[in-house]
Design a binder for this molecule. Structure first.
Ligand SMILES: Nc1ncnc2c1ncn2[C@@H]1O[C@H](COP(=O)(O)OP(=O)(O)OP(=O)(O)O)[C@@H](O)[C@H]1O
Ligand SMILES: [Mg+2]
Length: 580
């Protein structure tokens, strides 16, 4: 998340950087275009101004020659000057460099002026623009000259025709141009190719004529560079432009600071936006980070809680397993002890009776061999032998009965035929078979069973359930001698049969209710109870009839069993179910 924020911030900065660079490049571009446009205007203006002066010289040259009378020549020249108020003066120099005719009243010696010497020395110069000079005639005046060579008929040097122009004319025009452009910071100058300054705007008089470094043009007509101005020491964007057909260049410049200022105007919002965006990103990142942390913490908490719950569950499972194992062992132990105990009594009785019989038989044999056997002795033997055999038999029968019961507990209850039968009819048959037991009791059995309930089930198992229940009511519920009532009701619910068996006997205390279904649990040990009845009921209901049962009872309030099983019993199952 943090790296995502950093990446987003980086993207913002890259875009901001690009925007800044773009806007700087744009500002530089605009500055360059401005100086280039100004330089072009200057160059054109200068070219046209100089060409106008040159045209005057060419016109004059058409009709003055070295030999012309001075007054006539003066007349021509004065008229020309009157037409062209920008001109300071017109001069015609003779071959010696002396002024032959001039529109200036008090001519001075100008023979050393460059425009005189250049034409004298070089016949091919053509039109020439002289270096700026200080007037020797009018104090304080600065000027420059535009000149042409006068040739004699044979082509030799005959003199020079020159027009002088006040520098103020040019610089004034420059100033006008400069002011029409934007701002005082724009500077322009006109210079010779050799770097001699002719005019500068804004005017800086004391530098006129001085040499300024001109940036070489090479073959180009114009170029734009950034350089430090020698006049004010400021860095400037400068365009140098050639004045067409003259050995002159025009320079137009704006301070680089202006570029920077313009750039700053666009840069400030960009930087502000970038900072704001970065701030927003930072906030967002922190916010998301906090949320992610909170969620992580929550997840960790949830995980910990889950782990804890799982561990608790596992512990519980283990504990349960342990309990189940213990209970199973305990039940098994109880079962074995119960079987041993139950069988011990009748088998022990049988052994006692049999050994008594054996002793009696030995005694009889002895009397018989010694011929002392009397009739009364024989009678006594027969009595005790008969008693012993009866005891042995009844105890063996009891043992066999018990073993049969154990087998029913242990073996799957698939025994017995399966058939269709009517419930009401079948219950009536079972009650009839139980009649001998109820005959001499005051108890009553009330049945509430609709006639039309048909079952496809195991009648044997069903009768066993009913028999055990009624035997229990007799043996346990009504053992205090009072007259009891047994209710037996049934109804069909969908494809299920619900049957309720209840008595109004002494009931089963709550604390015993979880044990009464266990094998060998009985409150009548030693007096007829072996504790198998309810366990057998439970197994039959669950395994053979495919249903369930609940016991509801309170001490003194009788028992209330509810059975639910399908009208159509399931196919016989294996013996995988267990007694509770
Ligand atoms: N209708 C009842 N009223 C009161 N107590 C009952 C009733 N039915 C069962 N009991 C109690 O439940 C115990 C367990 O009954 P169960 O039928 O399993 O064994 P038993 O009757 O004691 O012996 P067995 O049925 O093997 O002869 C009884 O010993 C008795 O305490
Ligand atoms: Mg019983």
């Amino acid at each position: 998340m943090r790296s995502l924020g950093a990446a987003a911030a980086l993207v913002v900065y890259v875009f901001a950087g690009l925007a800044l660079w773009q806007s700087y490049a744009g500002a530089v571009d605009r500055a360059e275009q401005k100086t280039q446009a100004l330089a072009q205007v200057y160059a054109d203006f200068t070219y046209r101004a100089l060409d106008a002066y040159d045209q005057i010289l060419l016109d004059l040259g058409g009709f003055v020659d070295a030999g012309m009378a001075k007054p006539l020549m003066h007349g021509f020249m004065s008229r020309k000057k009157a037409y062209h108020p920008h001109l300071l003066n017109l001069f015609v120099f003779d071959a010696d460099g002396a002024i032959r005719v001039g529109t200036q009243d008090r001519p001075a010696d100008l023979s050393d002026r460059d425009y005189v010497t250049v034409h004298r020395d070089d016949p091919d110069v053509g039109r020439y623009v002289g270096r700026p000079a200080v007037s020797r005639i009018v104090p304080g005046r600065r000027f420059f000259a535009v000149s042409r060579r006068l040739n004699a008929a044979d082509g030799t040097f005959a003199g020079v025709l020159a027009a002088t122009v006040d520098l103020k004319d040019l610089s004034g025009a420059f100033d006008t141009l400069r002011e029409s452009a934007e701002g005082q910071d724009i500077a322009m100058l006109l210079a010779h190719h050799d770097g001699t300054l002719i005019v500068r705007s804004p005017a800086v008089d004391d530098v006129i004529g001085r040499s300024v470094p001109i940036l070489a043009l090479g073959g180009e007509r114009a170029r734009t560079v950034e350089a430090v101005s020698p006049f004010d020491g400021r860095k400037r964007v400068i365009t140098v432009r050639q004045v067409p057909h003259y050995p002159l260049v025009v320079l137009a410049s704006v301070p680089s600071a202006l570029v920077l200022e313009e750039w700053m105007r666009t840069a400030v919002p960009v930087v502000a936006a970038a900072l704001a965006l970065t701030g927003a990103l930072l906030w967002l990142t922190l916010h998301l980070l906090r949320q992610v942390r909170a969620r992580e913490r929550l997840m960790a908490d949830v995980q910990a809680a889950k782990d804890q719950a799982e561990k608790a569950l596992a512990d519980l499972g283990q504990a349960q397993d342990a309990i189940v194992r213990t209970e199973k062992l305990a039940a098994l132990g109880g079962l074995v002890a119960g079987i041993a105990h139950e069988i011990n009594t009748p088998v022990g009785n049988a052994v006692t009776a049999a050994s008594f019989l054996a002793k009696e038989v030995d005694g009889l044999a002895e009397a018989f061999d010694g011929q002392t056997l009397t009739a009364s002795g024989m009678r006594s033997f027969l009595e005790s032998a008969g008693e012993s055999v009866r005891l042995t038999l009844s105890n063996c029968e009891r043992a066999a009965e018990l073993i049969h019961g154990f087998k029913q507990v242990a073996v799957d209850q698939t025994s017995g035929e399966r058939r269709r039968f009517n419930l009401a009819e079948y219950v009536a048959e079972v009650l009839l078979s139980l009649k001998p037991q109820f005959k001499r009791t005051p108890h009553r059995v009330d049945t509430y069973i609709p006639d039309d309930i048909e079952l496809n089930s195991y009648p044997g198992a069903f009768s066993q359930v009913l028999t055990n229940l009624m035997t229990n009511s007799l043996m346990h519920g009504f053992d205090d001698g009072r007259s009891g009532v047994i209710d037996l009701a049934a109804r069909v619910e969908g494809d299920m049969l619900e049957m309720i068996y209840s008595d109004n006997g002494k009931g089963i205390p709550v604390e015993l209710q979880s044990q009464v279904f266990e094998p060998f649990f009985t409150t009548r040990r030693g007096s007829g109870g072996s504790g198998l009845g309810l366990n057998i009921i439970h197994n039959i209901v669950h395994r053979t009839l495919g249903g369930s049962l609940t016991l509801d009872s309170q001490q003194g309030r009788g028992v209330h069993f509810t059975f639910r099983f399908p009208l159509h019993a399931p196919a016989a199952k294996g013996a995988e179910d267990h007694a509770p």
